[in-house]
Design a protein around this ligand. Structure first.
Ligand code: PLP
Length: 421
């Protein structure tokens, strides 16, 4: 029996209706931008396996650092102990994070990074003797699948069974270049009627919503307004962090800096799971007290796992190299050229581009929407490219190490699809 058949006996996959979609493709190898399945077929990983493997799969530099670390110190509790990889990682991250960030708290995935940020914000006010219970978030945001993260997420299509158990969230529209006055007046109204603990947002690019992009200046107005009202701002950079938007972080482009930042996905270059919630010294200081209960009693067993820290350190080192910075610029420019080329295509409704992210919305009639995604996915795979459309949106987010030839192949595959569908 092959992997695909053996898989069906005991496994339960995420985000899957097993009755209608029973098959999962067996992957046996991944190197650089190429995935190899169990039949020997190769695919270009044009979405970096959910925006994680930005330096290519099984990157030699990262794996060698991890191998070294594995032989020295594998795992140690981070409550009471500390170690070089965590200390060094905090030093290196603080150098590249927005200047107001000064504290690094470890988690193990994007959802728990968000979860910790929500608890940090709530306890920040609690420790100051204020009770605040409501968060503001964008419509169609995505922040993860644990309860707090699910609550602040506005993409609720699959949240039905849990809706009664979610936190109280007030939603505002995403800036579109025309609606900022409306957003600010909604904010004013929301703040006057609720005790708001924080505003959580995906800066510049809303990933799961279909790589929707908004302007830094518009977002900045919102952040500035909230800052003046003494409301904490939480940037969920789980997707946008580590070079995706052209800067180290999307927040680099926005004048008003967040109080808290959530990081994961590309943090370890896709090698092992890890996440970080960073914050300002001001937030951290409200947790200092002779009263033990004012500390942050939130912990995951694998916090600051030394192996994951070593992968993150290697990732940050790679990100700063001229080679990678040049690649980011190369991909970004290539995307713009391709975007100009296909913009006018009769099947293309709209396109957008930011850093290494390119999104193309296809014109489609509503009743085809659900099946279109599956058809597109199948076609792309048959053509040797792994792209995973979100509804009728095709998006590319390739590893920074993608070659010119591989990137051209991805574009050609998309062009073929535009002509067929
Ligand atoms: C993926 C993602 C998350 C959730 O991360 P997980 O590691 O899947 O839990 C949260 N926020 C954003 C913006 C994401 O893209």
């Amino acid at each position: 029996m092959n992997l695909q058949e053996r898989d069906k006996k005991h496994l339960w996959h995420p985000l899957k209706q097993h009755q209608t979609h029973p098959d999962s493709l067996g992957i046996v190898k991944a190197k650089g931008c190429i995935l190899t399945d169990e039949k020997g077929n190769e695919y270009i990983d044009a979405i970096s396996s959910w925006y994680t493997c930005m330096f290519g799969h099984c990157n030699d530099f990262i794996t060698s650092r991890v191998y070294q670390q594995m032989q020295t110190l594998d795992q140690i509790m981070f409550s009471d102990f500390t170690h070089e990889p965590a200390v060094k990682l905090s030093e290196e991250l603080i150098k590249i994070l927005p200047k107001n960030q000064n504290r690094i708290f470890f988690n193990d995935n994007g959802s728990t990074a968000v979860e910790a940020s929500i608890k940090m914000a709530l306890q920040y006010y609690f420790n100051k003797g204020e009770k605040r219970s409501t968060f503001i978030a964008f419509e169609n945001g995505f922040h993860g699948d644990t309860f707090g993260a699910m609550s602040v997420s506005g993409l609720s299509a699959y949240n039905g069974p849990f809706e009664d158990f979610l936190m109280d969230i007030k939603r505002i529209p995403v800036p579109n270049g025309k609606n900022n006055d409306e957003i600010l007046s909604q904010l004013k109204e929301i703040i006057s009627k609720n005790d708001i603990a924080g505003f959580i947002y995906e800066p510049l690019v809303q990933g799961a919503a279909g790589m929707k992009i908004h302007e830094a200046a518009d977002l900045n107005e919102i952040l500035k307004y909230l800052k003046n009202k003494n409301i904490l701002t939480i940037a969920d950079e789980v997707m946008t962090g580590f070079g995706k938007t052209g800067n180290n972080f999307a927040s680099d482009e926005i004048a008003t800096k967040p109080d808290i930042i959530c990081l994961s996905k590309a943090l370890t270059g896709g090698l092992v799971p890890m996440a970080i919630t960073s914050c300002t010294e001001e937030i951290y200081s409200t947790f200092l007290s002779n009263d033990i209960a004012k500390g942050f009693f939130h912990c995951h067993t694998y916090s600051a796992n030394p192996i994951a820290c070593s992968a993150a350190l290697a990732t940050i080192e790679l990100l700063q190299t001229k080679e990678i910075q040049d690649s980011i610029e190369f991909i970004s420019n290539a995307h713009k050229t391709f975007e100009d080329k296909i913009k006018q295509h009769s099947k293309v409704a709209s396109t957008r581009c930011k850093g290494v992210i390119l999104a193309i919305d296809l014109k489609t009639n509503a009743n085809r929407y659900g099946s279109l995604r599956d058809e597109l996915l199948k076609y792309f795979m048959e053509d040797g490219v792994f792209l995973r459309p979100l509804g009728n949106t095709i998006y590319i987010q390739p590893p920074y190490v993608i070659t010119e030839k591989q990137l051209k192949k991805v574009y050609t595959t998309i062009e073929k699809v535009l002509d067929i569908f």
